[in-house]
Design a protein around this ligand. Structure first.
Ligand code: SAH
Ligand code: SF4
Length: 393
């Protein structure tokens, strides 16, 4: 594994955190209300929205279409604040990972994955995760708390600052897609995720189409239908196993929402069509879930669902109790799924050298989950130490 990493020092290092309310993360209706409370007409919210989400402006004084007195009142009462960058790392393959500090000192990670025809931002929804999927590094963390919509949208804003993508371009974007595949289970933070994604989709601001946003869930069945109706983005399901027996171990929430219920929820997902397929994520674990028989069973399970399958080579982390399947096993599995008419690309691991790949995210400062130390599936993770953690310049 190469370690030729360029690490940029933290962009902002202010220790003191302002207590003024942040305008980022308010819905349009809430922003209008805030303007009315400042004695302004509601349409001012539209102007402000344009400055914040189309231009990326953070300084009220530079918002020249707003009258001076109004700008002063805004500055007296509010702020436009991003999460603070603790560490900004770049992988040899161009993947970039930000370790971000929230106002309360907790940390999360956001990852940018540039590709030839697109750029994907992998966004976190929670600090830690309540779920304990046995192959996932984030699953070794406790849930600290849900992120607010400001903190979720803030990840997008900060990444755009870092990449230099303001004002919002209409094409050729470096951040053309968002995947809710960072830390946390987005459907366990439904309201804030919904609010944040509606801000990202708003045509007068960040303006990402709902087809370019994918929400990934471990299978919270009641949330899936709601997500289809109330958010309307693309859906990805972290499947990883084709029997309840194995899925109960890999994705323990399966005990609450078993495979039959999960597949039924996918079958009736509002808006799923052949043009808007549901993605089934399947992490390839050597000798655990990667046999041809399991590939054939997967194909049977997908019948009647507009689906594609994303095969993810397992990304290792310290103390992980699994290994990645062999290339041959992955190729054979992909062939079977493909031959049945489902696209089944193998996801190239990106940013492994900076621990930015799927399932490797975990904030460096967290404490391990007690249940894991007391005899969970995985051995005790090392706290705060990632092997080969690059030194920050
Ligand atoms: N909590 C949500 C979203 C975040 S996880 C969910 O589980 O869907 C993003 C994807 O990476 C999920 O499919 C997850 O199962 C997968 N993943 C987790 N750990 C991994 C690892 N070590 N290697 C490869 N993929 C992993
Ligand atoms: Fe949580 Fe998703 Fe990791 Fe499972 S795979 S522990 S749901 S982040």
């Amino acid at each position: 594994m190469s370690l030729a990493i360029s690490a940029a020092p933290a962009a902002q290092a202010a220790d003191s955190v302002s207590t003024k309310p942040n305008l980022i993360g308010l819905s349009k209706a809430e922003l209008k209300q805030a303007m009315v409370e400042l004695g302004e007409k509601p349409f001012r919210a539209t102007q402000l929205w344009h400055w914040m989400y189309h231009r990326g402006e953070t300084d009220f004084d530079r918002m020249t279409t707003l009258h001076k007195d109004f700008r002063a009142r805004l500055a007296d009462n509010y702020e436009i604040r991003r999460p603070r960058t603790s560490v900004d790392l770049k992988s040899v393959d161009g993947t970039r990972k930000w370790l971000l500090k929230m106002d309360d000192g907790n940390e999360i990670e956001t990852v940018h994955i540039p590709e030839e025809d697109r750029g994907t931002l992998c966004v976190s929804s929670q600090i830690g995760c309540t779920l304990t999927c046995s192959f996932c590094h984030t699953g070794t963390m406790r849930l600290v708390r849900n992120l607010t919509s400001a903190e979720i949208v803030g990840q997008v804003m900060l990444a755009r600052d870092g990449i230099g993508e303001w004002p919002s371009p209409s094409e050729g974007r470096m951040i053309s897609n968002i995947v809710m595949m960072g830390m946390g289970e987005p459907l366990y933070n439904f309201e804030e995720v919904k609010k944040a994604l509606h801000i990202c989709m708003d045509a007068e601001g960040i303006a990402l189409s709902r087809r370019r946003i994918t929400l990934s869930t471990s299978g919270i069945v009641p949330g899936i239908k709601r997500a289809g109706e109330e958010i309307g983005t693309m859906l990805a399901i972290s499947l990883h196993a084709v029997t309840d027996e194995l899925r109960n171990v890999l994705v323990p929430i399966n005990k609450k929402y078993p495979l039959k219920e999960l597949m039924d929820a996918c079958r009736t997902y509002p808006g799923a069509t052949n043009a808007r397929r549901i993605t089934f994520e399947y992490t390839m674990l050597k000798g655990i879930n990667d046999s041809p028989a399991e590939a054939r069973q997967l194909v049977r399970m997908l019948q009647g669902i507009p689906a594609k399958v994303n095969l993810i080579p397992f990304n290792p982390w310290p103390g992980a109790p699994y290994e990645c399947s062999t290339d041959e096993a992955i190729a054979k599995f992909a062939d079977i799924v493909n031959a049945a008419g489902y696209a089944s690309p193998v996801r190239t691991p990106r940013g492994r050298d900076i621990f930015a790949a799927c399932g490797q995210l975990k904030s460096a400062s967290e404490r391990p989950r007690k249940s894991r130390l007391d005899g969970g599936l995985a051995p005790a993770p090392q706290v705060g130490v990632l092997p080969q953690q690059p030194t920050v310049a």
